[in-house]
Write a new protein. Structure first.
Length: 70
């Protein structure tokens, strides 16, 4: 491979909100070598068969309030 063409790869630890962790490589080193994610293969509805609602910044509550769904 030619020098300087490809980005550098870093070993990083991925930490999910459910608590699962795994190691991988990435071109983004993340903060302190850690990348935080909301869902992973341990808690994603596609793999678990269970529905999980990820509410970002209260959007679901805002929607319910807007349309009086409470």
């Amino acid at each position: 491979m030619k020098k300087g063409m490809h980005p550098e790869n870093y070993d990083v630890k991925v930490v999910c909100a459910c608590g699962a962790t795994f190691n991988t490589t990435s071109t983004n080193p993340g903060k302190d070598g850690v990348i935080k994610v909301d869902v992973c293969n341990k808690c994603h509805p596609y793999f678990t068969g269970k529905q999980k609602l990820v509410d970002t910044a209260g959007r679901v509550d805002k929607f319910k309030k807007k349309y009086n769904l409470d």
